[in-house]
Design a protein around this ligand. Structure first.
Ligand code: G3I
Length: 373
C-alpha cells in the first residue's frame, strides 16, 4: 500500500510490507516509539486532543502525549467560549499552554473550532439574534483576532463544526435539516458556512480550512442520510467557490451500531474525488451497552472495531488521524454524563488504558498505520 502525503509531513513514503514489518518489530522493541512516529514513517499523521491543564499538572499524561502524539488539537482551549469569554476580551492563556508545550517539542497543533453552536460564551447567542449585520461583525471580529494571534502556530482549523443536521433516527435528531438549526444559521442563514470559510481564507490564505462533523461513519439509515447531506453541502460550497480544503470526520464510534467498511471507504473516496482532504479528527469508541467480562475481551473487541474502521478510512484516502484524547481516564466518555456508562464501568475507547499503558487499540492503530492493513 502506498501511503500518500498527509497534511503535515507532506512526504510521500512507500508503505511497503517489508518496511512495515521492520518498523513494527522496531516499534515493539522500542516501547518509546509512539503512534505518531510510526504514522509519520508511513506518510500519515497521528495525534490526539489534549487539555492544557493536564499537560501542566500531570507528568504521566504529559509524558504519554510526548511519546505518542505527532499532532495535537486543544480539546477546549481554542473554542469560542475559551478564547473570547466576553465580547472584545480575548484570553489566549489556556491555548498558549498547549501551543508553548507543543512548540517546545516541535509538535504541530490544529485548531478546533472557530464556529460551533456549543462552547459559545453567554454573550454570543443573544448578540447573534440582533440580526445579520451584528452576527457577521461577531464572526469577523473573532476571526480577525484569533487567526492573527495563532497564525504562526496553527496551520489547520475546523472552521465550522457540526453544521449538518442529525436525521430522524439518530441519537439527537434535529428538528429540521439538512443544516443543523444553530444560532449562526438563524442569524445569517445557510450562507453562514461559506461566509466563515471566506473570512478565514481572506485572513490567512495559507490555512487549511476544514468542515468538521460526526454521525457519518456507521451503517445506519441515519448515517446514510447524513453522509448524503454532508456530500451535498460540500458540493454546494464548491459550486459557490467557497474555499473548503478538507472534511474532518469526528469518528466517535459506537459499537452498538453496525459498521460497513466498504460503505465508509466509498464515502471517503467520494469526498476525496471532490479534491478534499479527509481527516479523522476525534476518534474514540463507545462500547456496547453490554460488554464482555474483563478487560482483555473488551479491549480486544474495541481494537478489532478500530482496526476495521481505520483500515476502511485509510483505504479511502485518509492520511491524518486524531483520537479524542489518549488515556481512558481523561476521556469525555468517562467525564460526560450523557455518554458515560451507566453500569458502573468506564468506556475503554482510547489507545492507552486508565494508567496510560498501551492497549490492543494502540496495537491495532500501529498495525494499520504501519502499513499492514
Ligand atoms: O467550563 C470550564 C471553563 O470555565 C474553564 O475555563 C475551562 C478550562 O479548561 O474548562 C471548562 O470546563 C469544561 C471544558 O470541557 C474543559 O474540560 C466545560 O465546562 C465543558 O463543557 C467542556 O466540555 C467539552 C465539550 O466538547 C464542550 O466544549 C469536552 O471536554 C470535549 O470533549 C467536547 O468535545 C467535543 C468536540 O469539541 C466536538 N465533537 C464532540 C466532542 C465531544 O462532545
Amino acid at each position: 500500500m502506498t501511503a500518500g502525503p498527509d497534511g503535515y509531513t507532506g512526504r510521500r513514503v512507500l508503505g511497503g510490507a517489508a518496511l512495515a514489518a521492520i518498523l513494527s518489530r522496531a516499534a515493539a522493541a522500542q516501547p518509546g516509539t509512539g503512534l505518531g512516529a510510526i504514522a509519520r514513517q508511513h506518510g500519515f499523521s497521528y495525534g490526539c486532543a489534549v487539555l492544557g491543564n493536564l499537560l501542566q499538572s500531570n507528568p504521566t499524561y504529559a509524558q504519554a502525549v510526548a511519546i505518542e502524539a505527532g499532532l495535537l488539537v486543544p480539546e477546549y482551549e481554542a473554542k469560542f467560549a475559551a478564547l473570547q469569554p466576553q465580547e472584545g476580551r480575548f484570553d489566549f492563556a489556556p491555548l498558549d499552554v498547549i501551543l508553548n508545550w507543543a512548540q517546545a517539542r516541535s509538535i504541530p497543533v490544529r485548531g478546533h473550532a472557530l464556529i460551533w453552536h456549543e462552547a459559545l460564551p453567554a454573550w454570543v447567542p443573544p448578540a447573534l439574534a440582533e440580526g445579520p449585520a451584528r452576527a457577521r461583525g461577531i464572526m469577523q471580529a473573532h476571526f480577525d483576532t484569533v487567526l492573527a494571534r495563532t497564525r504562526p502556530r496553527i496551520r489547520d482549523w475546523d472552521v465550522v463544526n457540526e453544521a449538518v443536521a442529525n436525521p430522524p433516527g439518530s441519537d439527537n435528531p434535529s428538528p429540521s435539516g439538512p443544516l443543523r438549526p444553530t444560532p449562526w444559521l438563524a442569524a445569517l442563514g445557510p450562507d453562514y458556512i461559506g461566509m466563515a470559510f471566506r473570512l478565514a481564507r481572506e485572513r490567512d490564505p495559507t490555512l487549511r480550512l476544514v468542515l468538521n462533523d460526526y454521525g457519518v461513519e456507521e451503517d445506519t439509515p441515519a448515517a446514510e442520510i447524513k453522509r448524503g447531506w454532508l456530500l451535498a453541502l460540500c458540493r454546494h460550497l464548491q459550486d459557490q467557490n467557497v474555499p473548503l480544503d478538507a472534511v474532518g470526520i469526528q469518528a466517535h464510534l459506537q459499537m452498538r451500531n453496525a459498521f460497513s467498511a466498504p460503505k465508509f471507504t466509498a464515502f471517503v473516496r467520494n469526498l476525496r474525488a471532490m479534491g478534499l482532504a479527509v481527516l479523522i479528527t476525534e476518534l474514540d469508541v463507545r462500547e456496547p451497552d453490554r460488554v464482555a467480562n474483563g478487560y482483555p475481551a473488551r479491549d480486544a473487541a474495541v481494537a478489532a472495531w478500530v482496526g476495521n474502521f481505520l483500515g476502511a478510512a485509510i483505504e479511502g484516502g485518509v492520511r491524518t488521524v486524531l483520537t479524542w484524547g489518549l488515556i481512558d481516564r481523561y476521556s469525555w466518555l468517562v467525564t460526560t454524563p450523557g455518554v458515560a456508562r451507566r453500569d458502573g464501568l468506564f468506556h475503554r475507547g482510547l489507545p492507552l488504558d486508565w494508567n496510560a499503558q498501551r492497549k490492543p487499540m494502540w496495537r491495532a492503530m500501529a498495525r494499520v498505520m504501519g502499513g499492514q492493513v
